[in-house]
Design a protein around this ligand. Structure first.
Ligand SMILES: Cc1cc2nc3c(=O)[nH]c(=O)nc-3n(C[C@H](O)[C@H](O)[C@H](O)COP(=O)(O)O)c2cc1C
Length: 194
């Protein structure tokens, strides 16, 4: 198996991080890999907001917990959303697993390729991180809470533009513990017509 395919198959979402910050050289390589992702029409409108300041991460954690704890649990709700609401009501919820770096991935509002372009950037960053032994996990809570006034206002203070929406996020750091083996894929079916 070549090195790229091996890296794709071994990447895991990591949810326990050491407090030690990743190297700037690693961060820059990961961001560059993200920025080299393909984009519809080569529009390159994905905006990466990199947060490493502890007090900002703490403030976001507080705002996210506040927002989720005010939501009502409903039957049939997406199970990860339910988990975020329950954890926030309980208290002490950290949506990005105390990772020392959070990359917020934004794109233009009402742009048809916003989510697809952002996902390409995110996947490139996850694969680059994994190739550098930097742990990562897609973090979707700020996307779900994109319309929350307090979060939108705070993110705009941090550089989110008026015409942008949050499409996702990525936690980055060094794994605390050994990553487990890749999960065998039994979904994502393929239909062949030969
Ligand atoms: C669109 C998307 C959203 C996700 N959101 C979250 C999230 O908010 N929090 C989280 O812990 N993992 C999140 N994940 C990670 C998935 O749970 C993970 O990729 C899946 O369980 C497979 O595990 P693996 O990445 O280790 O192979 C997300 C993944 C994707 C593609």
């Amino acid at each position: 198996m070549n090195a790229i395919i091996k890296n794709i198959k071994n990447r895991r979402s990591i949810r326990r991080y050491k407090t030690k910050q990743i190297l700037d050289s690693e961060l820059m390589s990961i961001l560059e890999a993200g920025r080299y992702a393909p984009s519809g029409g080569n529009n390159q409108t994905t905006h990466l907001i990199v947060i490493q300041k502890q007090e900002v991460l703490e403030e976001l954690k507080k705002l996210v917990e506040q927002a989720f704890s005010q939501m009502i649990l409903e039957d049939g709700m997406y199970k990860s959303l339910q988990a975020s609401i329950k954890a926030s009501i309980k208290g002490g919820y950290d949506f990005s697993y105390n990772a020392p770096t959070l990359v917020v991935v934004a794109n233009q509002k009402d742009y048809g390729n916003a989510m697809a372009d952002s996902a390409c950037v995110l996947e490139n960053m996850m694969l680059a991180a994994s190739s550098l032994n930097v742990a990562s996990c897609w973090i979707n809570q700020l996307h779900w809470l994109d319309e929350n006034a307090a979060i939108k206002g705070y993110m705009q203070e941090l550089g989110l533009l008026e015409n942008e929406t949050i499409c996702g996020g990525l936690s980055l750091g060094y794994a605390d513990g050994e990553p487990s083996l890749p999960i065998k894929r039994v979904g994502n079916p393929v239909t062949f017509i030969k």
